[in-house]
Design a protein around this ligand. Structure first.
Ligand SMILES: [Zn+2]
Length: 458
């Protein structure tokens, strides 16, 4: 009798061990190819995801941290997810930064008068409600700034770097004010980080260091930066007059939105998946990142509609405040650190042709999902499963040891035509590509949520 009890106790462990060693890409293909094909078909034939994305952007507009519009959008989404049969739908309180842009104006005043578009960077100090006017020095790089350090004092520095991708431009947004202030500049401006101009300004986060004077830092258009450059190259020292009324207020309340589709057999194990609910204050953020909120929602919806319920719980998370603080990502990692997450997935790369699912786990995690590659290639020939995935919102959870997964898309430079500008609007999102992204997310998250134990170390 005792022996029999022991066998009963160990039977499930033995079973898991043997299944685990059998899991490979062939197992995944054989077990899930029918489900995957049906999820792809369901997602590709859906016309409501793009409509929901457009409704969300058009109704609530910019959803900046600290705004009423952001919280209104979250209250609406809570209602809509309950209507769609998600369970445990809740808003988890997160204190978020509360920076306000307020009014901003800038003019070239010499050698001729011209109003120019300007957008302060998030976190920038203002000019205390007064206009400041100063001569301009244009530089292309931090090296050039250093070479001309004797000429910077009392001036407005304009960074007119050539666009060589987003990563290269970001250094001027993050460090431009600090580097200019060290040399005595009164303000710093930079051309927007975008491969094209059309007089757009693209905002984003900046930063200061406590030991260096804080000066205003803002984006101007590529065309105005080029104009200032040409004037300087002809020996003219242009002047700019500007006023920024931005201010940093007390932190305020917002929320991470959480909604679940409960697992069939392991409801207390989770695959968390989502994007960030906030956008910059100048844009409804259709690509960045309304799409990252809507696509995982509709991926789960596709499973619901087909009656597919994976073993583990799929948890939709809309992290708040990715753009200027990552408070939602940090708060989620802390609040949920005792729960068993198998994977945490983020979509924040814009809606373009899906090119890869990246996974930060061990080689085995990548190898098993390789089984779905041929199925996804049928809709996106460039698609591959590869090692290495992550995102700003899921970074804190990954630090806690949870494997991170993300979807990459072939946006290349097109994403940065719109990114952090008023041009990031729903008609820039192709409904067919949105559906392809939904299909990939549905298949990848379903498989990880359903596989027998697949993580060797955690
Ligand atoms: Zn984003």
């Amino acid at each position: 009798m005792k022996k029999f009890v022991l066998i009963l106790i160990f039977l499930p462990l033995l079973r898991n061990a043997s299944i685990s060693s059998e899991i490979d890409s062939a197992y995944v293909y054989n077990t899930y190819n029918t489900i995957a094909k049906r999820l792809i078909m369901q997602s590709m034939n859906d016309s409501t995801a793009w409509e929901t994305l457009a409704f969300f952007c058009d109704t609530f507009g910019p959803r900046f941290s600290g705004s009423k519009e952001l919280n209104d959008a979250l209250f609406w989404a809570k209602y809509a997810l309950e209507r769609d049969s998600f369970v445990n739908v809740r808003l988890e309180k997160v204190m978020v930064p509360n920076w306000k842009r307020n009014t901003e104006e800038a003019y070239i005043t010499y050698p001729r008068n011209k109003r120019i578009n300007i957008s302060a960077f998030g976190g920038s100090v203002g000019t205390n409600g007064i206009y400041i006017e100063a001569p301009v020095i244009v530089v292309n790089s931090f090296d050039e700034l250093k070479e001309k350090s004797q000429l910077v004092k009392g001036k407005i520095v304009v960074y007119n770097f050539p666009y060589k991708g987003y990563g290269n431009g970001v250094q001027f947004r993050f460090w431009g004010a600090v580097r200019a202030a060290e040399l005595g500049a009164v303000a710093s401006l930079m051309r927007s980080i975008s491969p094209i101009g059309f007089h757009k300004t693209h905002t984003g986060m900046t930063q200061y260091v406590d030991t260096i004077n804080k000066i205003p830092h803002a984006a101007i258009s590529m065309e105005d930066a080029a104009l200032l450059q040409r004037l300087q190259d002809r020996g003219v020292v242009p002047k700019i007059k500007m006023m920024l009324n931005c201010e940093t207020r007390e932190d305020t309340i917002s929320y991470n939105l959480v909604a679940e589709y409960q697992g069939r057999t392991l409801p207390n194990e989770y695959v968390a998946m989502g994007g960030h609910s906030d956008s910059w204050d100048n844009t409804p953020g259709a690509h960045d990142d309304a799409s990252g909120c809507i696509a995982p929602w509709f991926a789960i919806k596709a499973m619901m509609e087909l009656g597919y319920r994976p073993a583990r719980t799929l948890r939709l998370v809309w992290w708040v405040n990715e753009e200027n603080g990552v408070r939602g990502g940090k708060s989620y990692a802390e609040e949920h650190k005792h729960e068993k997450h198998r994977v945490v997935f983020e979509f924040d790369s814009g809606v373009f042709e899906p090119t890869a699912i990246g996974i930060s786990g061990d080689d085995k995690m990548v190898a098993i999902l390789k089984g779905i590659e041929p199925l996804i290639k049928e809709i996106s020939p460039l698609f591959e499963v590869r090692k290495g995935g992550g995102g700003v919102d899921i970074g804190p959870s990954m630090k806690n040891g949870i494997p991170g997964m993300s979807l990459s898309t072939k946006g290349n430079d097109e994403y940065f035509w719109y990114h952090h500008s008023s041009s990031d609007t729903p008609e820039k999102v192709d409904p067919l590509l949105l559906n392809k992204c939904i299909a990939v997310i549905a298949v990848a998250t379903y498989i990880y949520a359903d596989l027998p134990d697949f993580i060797s170390t955690h």
